[in-house]
Ligand binder design. Structure first.
Ligand code: AMP
Length: 228
């Protein structure tokens, strides 16, 4: 277990591997289709030899995607990054203890960080450093998932990164979000160019295709981390 931020994603051969950051619910949802989608995404990541960075939780859609990929590609393929205050809530640790008790052989390497912003920056850094083939993928989730998805979308809009942002729309779960984007473009609050920052996929295989074929949108600002 590491409490120091690291961003290494080298394979056993020392060669860098693409990294996908998955945002998704700490809950499982009421339909088994959401956990099934998490497993299918993990299988697709395994098939493409892609590493996963995620929020480090052991429950819900988060836990499902992590443990499925670990079972296929091994613990080194998954890096969970969790803020200290969430260890008790999202890993089921003893609230009286500050330590993470996660089973890394089941959920992958875990890094405990001081706060939410450190987690998000570290996750994004790993995706960027992993290079082509990687990106951000949102599975089904709640407020936290939406907030994380919007943050990497706005970081893309600001030119802080140019990695793909894919919305895995499981059984129409994100239809409302996609319709909101279309309305915001129509109403002049999102430019036609920036409409393409978030890309929809409806299956794990399509997520992989969209990650590969992602086109960076033109005409963005070119801000850096310090200016966000
Ligand atoms: P949820 O989608 O609400 O189940 O949350 C999924 C993940 O999003 C959890 O690991 C939360 O820690 C994380 N998250 C990220 N940013 C936030 C935020 N601002 N508020 C709440 N949860 C957040």
């Amino acid at each position: 277990m590491s409490s120091e931020p690291t961003t290494a994603n080298a394979s056993a051969t020392g060669k860098k591997q693409p990294v996908v950051c998955v945002f998704c619910g700490a809950s499982a949802g009421t339909s088994p289709i959401h956990l099934a989608a998490a497993r299918s995404l993990a299988e697709a990541l395994h098939a493409q030899n892609i590493q996963l960075v995620y929020g480090g939780g052991t429950f819900g859609v988060m836990g499902e995607v992590a443990k499925t990929l670990v079972s296929l590609s091994g613990p080194d393929s998954v890096h969970g990054i969790i803020p200290q205050p969430l260890v008790a809530f999202e890993q089921g640790a003893d609230p009286a203890s500050s330590a993470s008790t996660i089973d890394e052989s089941m959920f992958g390497r875990t890094t405990v960080v001081k706060d939410m912003h450190t987690r998000k920056r570290m996750m994004a850094r790993e995706v960027i450093d992993g290079g082509p083939g990687g990106g951000f993928v949102a599975l089904s989730g709640g407020y936290g998932t939406l907030e994380e998805l919007m943050e990497v979308t706005t970081w893309n809009q600001l030119g802080i990164h140019s990695m793909p942002v894919i919305v895995f729309n499981v059984d129409g779960y994100w239809d409302g979000l996609i319709s909101w984007v279309n309305n915001a473009v129509k109403s002049g609050f999102i430019s036609e160019n920036n409409k393409g920052i978030m890309v929809e996929a409806t299956s794990a295989d399509e997520v992989m295709v969209k990650l590969r074929e992602y086109k960076n949108v033109e005409g963005k600002f070119k801000l850096t981390w310090d200016q966000e």
